[in-house]
Design a protein around this ligand. Structure first.
Ligand code: SF4
Length: 915
């Protein structure tokens, strides 16, 4: 077995991993103990990375359709690239360079990003290149630039170890950045005096861990931050010497927050004034105050000011540039920052240069050896798809991202993709929601198959080494972009569309060549890595920017009080108080907030391949306060219709103790690959922040009503014949079911289990399930053979099948009556002996007979497969967390489940005392 160093390809913590591989196959993954982001730790997602390396669903060959009514066919790379170049050249010649666009991704490596940016801005001459980072970090960037003068997160992860007040605003760190949360837990354990304040509408695991949780109403962050500043001023906790020495604009902001008293903010935000005062005192009296934020602040129509208002707290108290102090944005994607470094967004330029600055544009043109680069900012994500919808942009090249799932107001996105004259999708997976719209799919290498660098939240650049060769005919993203650029250059030169076409070259031999060129563009800039090389990264490990060979990487920025603004002073900026884009109203009385699950990441195109990542949560479910449930006469598990001004979806509803009255929550991960509809983003508004252009993906006003879907289906299938990969088989069955989902009023599909994964299908329909639909389900699940037991009652539209083999239940397909579906699924996954099952398998009973039921319950510990029932029994037997870890092994892998185990202990003990 060989081992290769890389990073996890999910969140911006940027954990180092060691990929284990043998015979060109990835066989395992573990945390890199030497990597400073994680010191060997991984969360449940990172620890399951090797389980996502599958062939099923991979894009392996270029696929092309020359007309929309034709199916795509495999073609050679030469044909694919030539066709794309011809089409782009023609559209550029006929309509100008802004008729084409690139929508790229924070999951690309820096080298990939660099080439795409040079292709769009240097070769074609358009700034129409934007990244899905627009949905993620652009408000943080905008907030940093307004106040500090540059997109420069000033802190390091080790500041967590030095702070004595941690303010987390708009981040469920426990789920979204779990390895960092483990570090916060460690810091609290080492220093019980560390005060942790969490600002979040929900009582998440992060909030439950805090010393103080401010459960604000959605969108009121800005008012709360302003009230914190008010208290700091009122109580003399600001650092006037620092303000005078290093900042501008404080007097105006001080006057603006004069009226934002704790009492006023308490009313607007729905929290107690005393709690606001307490939070401000802890922050203002701290020796070192650290704040962290993520999408709760960024994905807002005032995300830039949300971010700036948090930075203001640090500038007003001088809590920046010191160990344990500073504002610290947590990056959502693994390389959102790398994309910003190379300037691969619609309003950015290479090396943090400014597009509006003629000198900077001339510098970039000179670096690229082109005549000029365009001055007008390009279309940002939401604007880009609207321009495609209106026909202003004719062709779009989508790379490593899934806009048909991730952008808000999905109906408009679908219209845009249908309207586009030419859609290229450069992807590792051909099964994403965007794939059906692609005229050309270009198979891209993915995690473990690529070489390059990424930059994590703390500005740390890690080199990724290639462990295995790309699957099929896939190629690294930078190489595809270079091949296309070279072909396009020739076409543009020959058809008169050439602008810079005869001057820009893309003759890189390897990723390192691109890195070296990128590094040279940063010389003298705030992110200077001109001295950094692949060799240094390989031999000395990951390094933070700015980097020099004498002192190495910079742990923190602005220690000298010199900021990246024109006059070198940090800026307090005027804040426009605002709440949400869409207020609740009589027809739409409930707040919908969105967020992440513990074990899934973004649109699930990768995490959705690992069965064990579904065991904690396997269906898009609307969380609702108990009183809101009761008022609407909902019971847990009901299917309900959720409607906003943009669309409606059907999901299951569940009482959620994390929710306040009038608020609901839906995870953002599930789209049409797993549901009969586009999930949360069908409902969300496309309104965006005027500065960062980041859309408000976090909030919509909704109504929720009951829906009658009397014809229900529950189907489950696992197992296969000897020699088959059970994992691949489960994915094949899931892929076969996916085209059926949209035939039903409600349908969801998930994986379950571990080593012998199951596919689980749930359907709700207003009309009886047809014989053809039943047959299609049976065929997809391999339940159409004669070995199945069956039961039919045509009068009541009941049609059931079950497959029992070798003492195991391997599958069910129940139409019309599904009461036993859940417990049958559980015993199938546990491999419970079915000797006594035959006479019960079609019984309409919601609980299993005593002698054959499952004992596990909901999976809590994903790493070690420990269920809720065992934990409850352990608590009843007197075990505490340490006892449960010792005896059941739960919470001893990645640790992501520890907050939930603690909650179960607390609930069980409370119940014991009450009894
Ligand atoms: Fe990956 Fe988890 Fe680390 Fe994020 S915290 S980089 S998802 S292992």
């Amino acid at each position: 077995m060989a081992e290769t160093k890389s990073t996890c390809c999910y969140c911006g913590v940027g954990c180092g991993v060691i990929i284990e591989h043998s015979a060109n196959k990835i066989t395992g993954v573990r945390g890199d103990p030497t990597h400073p982001a994680n010191f060997g730790r991984l969360c449940s997602k990172g620890a399951a990375l090797h389980l996502t390396v599958v062939r099923e669903g991979r894009a392996l060959e270029p696929e092309l359709r020359t007309r929309r009514d034709l199916a795509r066919e495999n073609v050679s790379w030469e044909t694919a690239i030539d066709h794309a170049a011809e089409k782009f050249a023609q559209l550029i010649r006929e309509h100008g360079p802004d008729a084409v666009a690139f929508y790229v991704s924070g999951q690309l490596l820096t080298e990939d990003y660099y080439v795409f940016n040079k292709l769009a801005k240097g070769l074609i001459g358009t700034n129409n290149i934007d990244s899905n980072s627009r949905l993620c970090m652009s408000s943080a960037v905008s907030g940093y630039k307004m106040t500090l003068g540059a997109d420069s997160p000033p802190c390091s992860y080790e500041d967590i170890d030095h702070t004595d007040c941690l303010l987390i605003s708009g981040s469920n760190t426990a789920f979204a950045h779990p390895v960092l949360f483990r570090r916060i837990e460690d810091a609290k354990a080492k220093n019980p005096d560390l005060k942790i304040i969490v600002i979040d509408p929900r009582r998440t695991d992060t909030a439950a861990f805090a010393d103080l949780h401010l459960a604000i109403l959605p969108g009121t962050d800005l008012v709360l931050h302003s009230a914190l500043l008010h208290v700091l001023l009122w109580e003399g906790l600001t650092n006037n010497a620092y303000i005078q020495a290093y900042t501008d604009g404080f007097a105006a902001l001080r006057d603006a927050v004069r009226e934002i008293t704790p009492a006023f903010a308490a009313q607007v935000c729905g929290v107690k004034a005393d709690d606001i005062i307490q939070a401000a005192r802890w922050f203002g009296n701290a020796k070192a105050a650290l704040s962290m934020w993520c999408q709760g602040l960024n994905q807002s129509v005032h995300g830039s000011h949300n971010s700036a208002s948090l930075v203001h707290l640090h500038l007003a108290t001088g809590q920046i540039g010191r160990a344990g102090a500073g504002p610290f944005s947590l990056t959502g994607q693994p390389n959102a920052m790398g994309g910003r470094e190379v300037g691969a967004m619609a309003g950015l330029m290479s090396g943090h240069r400014d597009m509006a600055n003629a000198t900077h544009r001339a510098e970039v043109a000179a670096l690229w050896n082109v005549a000029s680069v365009p001055v007008t900012p390009g279309k940002t994500a939401v604007e880009m798809f609207e321009a495609i919808r209106t026909g202003e942009i004719k062709a779009v090249w989508i790379c490593c991202t899934n806009p048909a799932q991730s952008l808000p107001h999905q109906k408009l996105v679908r219209e845009a993709l249908e309207k586009a004259e030419f859609v290229v999708l450069q992807e590792a997976f051909r099964t994403t929601e965007t794939a059906p719209y692609a005229d050309l799919i270009l198979p891209a290498a993915t995690w473990g198959e690529k070489e390059g660098v990424v930059t994590n939240s703390e500005r740390r650049i890690t080199r990724l080494h290639r462990a295995v060769t790309p699957a099929g005919n896939a190629k690294p993203d930078w190489q595809i972009a270079c091949d296309f650029a070279k072909a396009l250059r020739l076409k543009m030169a020959s058809n008169g569309a050439a602008n810079n076409a005869n001057l820009a070259y893309f003759d890189y031999q390897k990723a390192e060549d691109i890195f070296n060129e990128h590094a040279s563009t940063t010389q003298g800039r705030d992110l200077d890595i001109a001295a950094l090389t692949y060799t240094i990264l390989a031999e000395q490990g990951a390094q933070q920017w700015p980097y020099n060979t004498v002192s190495g990487g910079a742990k923190r920025l602005f220690a000298d009080g010199k900021f990246a603004t024109a006059n070198g002073r940090a800026q307090f900026v005027p804040i426009v108080l605002n709440t949400v884009a869409e207020a609740t109203s009589a027809p739409y009385p409930l707040h919908l907030t969105t967020g992440r699950l513990r074990d899934q990441w973004h649109g699930m195109s990768r995490t959705g391949k690992a069965a064990q990542l579904f065991n904690h949560y396997d269906e898009a479910t609307l969380g609702m306060h108990a009183d809101d449930m009761q008022r609407r006469k909902f019971v847990d598990g009901d299917l309900v219709e959720v409607k906003s001004r943009r669309g409606k979806i059907i999901v299951r509803v569940q009482t959620d103790a994390q929710m306040r009255l009038g608020q609901t929550f839906l995870p953002m991960h599930f789209g049409r690959a797993h549901l009969s509809h586009s999930g949360a983003n069908e409902l969300m508004p496309a309104n965006f922040d005027p500065f960062s252009k980041q859309p408000e993906l976090k909030h919509a006003a909704i109504q929720v009503s009951g829906v009658s879907l009397p014809y229900q289906v529950m189907a489950m299938r696992l197992g296969g014949t000897a020699g088959e990969s059970l994992h691949e088989l489960a994915l094949q069955r899931m892929a076969a079911l996916q085209p059926l989902l949209q035939q039903f009023d409600y349908a969801s599909i998930a994986l379950a289990g571990r080593d012998d994964p199951a596919v689980v299908l749930r359907i709700g329909s207003k009309t009886p399930i047809s014989a053809a639909q039943t047959q299609a389900i049976d065929t997809a699940l391999h339940l159409d053979d004669d070995n199945c037991l069956s039961f039919k009652d045509g009068r009541r539209h009941i049609d059931k099948k079950a497959l029992l083999q070798d003492g195991r239940l391997l599958g069910i397909r129940f139409c019309g009556e599904i009461a036993a579906g859940k417990w049958l699924r559980d015993i199938a996954l546990e491999g419970v002996d079915t000797a006594n099952l035959r006479r019960w398998v079609f019984a309409p009973v919601a609980t299993p007979p005593a002698n054959i039921g499952s004992t596990k319950g909901k999976t809590i510990c994903s790493c070690n497969g420990v269920g809720e029932a065992a934990i409850i029994n352990g608590v009843a037997a007197g075990m505490d967390l340490a006892g449960l870890q010792k005896n059941l092994n739960c919470g001893t892998g990645c640790g992501s489940c520890v907050p939930e185990i603690k909650r179960i202990i607390h609930l069980q003990r409370s119940a014991q005392y009450a009894a």
